[in-house]
Ligand binder design. Structure first.
Ligand SMILES: Cc1cc2nc3c(=O)[nH]c(=O)nc-3n(C[C@H](O)[C@H](O)[C@H](O)COP(=O)(O)OP(=O)(O)OC[C@H]3O[C@@H](n4cnc5c(N)ncnc54)[C@H](O)[C@@H]3O)c2cc1C
Length: 363
């Protein structure tokens, strides 16, 4: 008998949420290379839910995740993971075109200047997206791992997969020499998804990590904690209030890189500050901290959920880009239905899973 029915490679939000959805029905283990789960992308996000983000297919997953995040089942968590703040898609030219299902309203200059005091005159309009919310990512990730364990799932940290082979069942080898066997391997390795596939003798599908930088700035202006998410419609920055006098800012960078422990580069921090200074007249007092993480995309920027048609027992759960947190509840339910070959949970039953299947890359 195999050690586990299902072995999930990667203990970020993707592996943890899928594990939590399947552990009651299959003997499941999450293996995580680092000393703790959530060390990479999951621990470095900007932590927001924005329905319009990522295009219409991704928006379906975000919308279907909202109720779970806002009012989780009582045995999962006692309170909401969301805190609504709203978003302003600001522009110096045209308003952005967002998926029609997303609730929005046009904000003209006078109202914009009242919401974002000190915004420079050339930012003349905005689209208000009221549903944008902060996500308590650490609490969500911890709740998924807790739920997973409660249902019998096992988590092994410091367990880096180095190679695996399939001969009716999977035999897996880890860096420390340990071995495990499993019926199904799930590739939830984030930026390492293609390299994990190769380690398993499975062809990569072109999943590419891209670095994104975040900067926490202290500015000479107060009352910023509830500032909306201010997003450039031209996609060159976003920022939101963090505390009374500080903000989180990103230059919206997407720098292709090998999978790694990402760190911010001085040039990207400088770019972020330069762009910020062209938006508001708030004097910058200090860079309080900065960090970077990897957003990992499939070639069509739609995530990949499903069995590989060329590799028996190999399931992809990868390519979550910049929306892996806000889509996790729906994505995990959709992927659980595919992996267990069951009808999907009613919250995702109207989403067509064929959008996400790896078969689209296997012609
Ligand atoms: C700056 C930034 C801002 C973001 N903002 C948002 C946001 O506001 N909202 C949102 O929804 N999303 C956001 N994202 C995206 C989100 O963080 C990711 O989509 C999500 O965290 C991906 O989760 P994951 O589990 O796939 O990857 P990860 O969290 O990276 O987990 C993958 C895990 O696999 C492990 N692993 C890799 N190789 C092996 C191996 N060989 N053996 C064992 N384990 C292995 C890694 O150690 C890692 O822990 C942001 C990302 C970044 C970088």
């Amino acid at each position: 008998m195999v050690d586990f029915d299902i072995l999930i490679i990667g203990g970020g939000i993707a592996g943890a949420s899928l594990g939590a959805e399947i552990a009651r029905k299959a003997r499941t283990c999450i293996v995580e290379a680092e000393t703790h789960c959530g060390y990479h992308s999951t621990g470095r996000s900007a932590a927001f839910w924005l329905e319009s983000y990522g295009g219409p297919v991704v928006a379906q997953l975000s919308a279907a995740s909202h109720d779970f995040l806002d009012a989780p089942p009582a045995d999962f968590a006692e309170r909401s993971f969301l805190r609504t703040r709203g978003a302003l898609h600001v522009t110096r030219g045209e308003l952005p075109v967002l998926p029609p299902v997303v609730e929005t309203r046009v904000v003209e200059r006078a109202e914009l200047a009242a919401i974002v005091p000190g915004i420079r005159p050339d930012w003349h309009r905005a689209l208000w997206e009221p549903g944008c919310a902060d996500i308590d990512v650490a609490a969500l990730h911890a709740a998924y791992l807790r739920w997973f364990r409660t249902q019998g799932g096992q988590v092994r940290t410091d367990a880096r997969l180095v190679r695996a082979s399939f001969d009716g069942e999977w035999s897996l080898e880890f860096e420390d020499g340990a071995t495990l066997s499993a019926g199904i391997v799930v590739n939830a390795a984030g930026a390492w998804a293609d390299s994990v596939a190769k380690s398993c003798g499975v062809a990569p599908i072109g999943i590419t990590p891209k670095r994104r930088t975040m900067v926490q700035l202290r500015v000479a202006r107060s009352g910023l904690r509830d500032l909306p998410q201010v997003i450039d419609a031209g996609e060159s920055f976003y920022f939101k209030g963090e505390s009374d006098r500080s903000i989180w800012l990103s230059p919206h960078d997407e720098i292709e890189t090998d999978p790694c422990d990402a760190a911010p580069e001085e040039i990207d921090i400088a770019t972020a500050i330069d762009r910020f200074e062209r938006v508001v007249d708030w004097p910058i007092e200090a860079v309080e901290r900065s960090w970077a993480g990897l957003r990992t995309f499939a070639p069509d920027r739609i995530p990949v959920y499903g069995f590989d048609p060329l590799a028996p027992g190999f399931f992809w759960c990868a390519g979550q880009g910049g929306f892996g947190i806000q889509t996790a509840p729906a994505a995990a339910r959709l992927a659980a239905a595919l992996i267990l070959n069951e009808a999907p949970h009613h919250s995702v039953s109207n989403i067509d899973p064929t959008h996400f299947l790896p078969a689209r890359f296997r012609n």
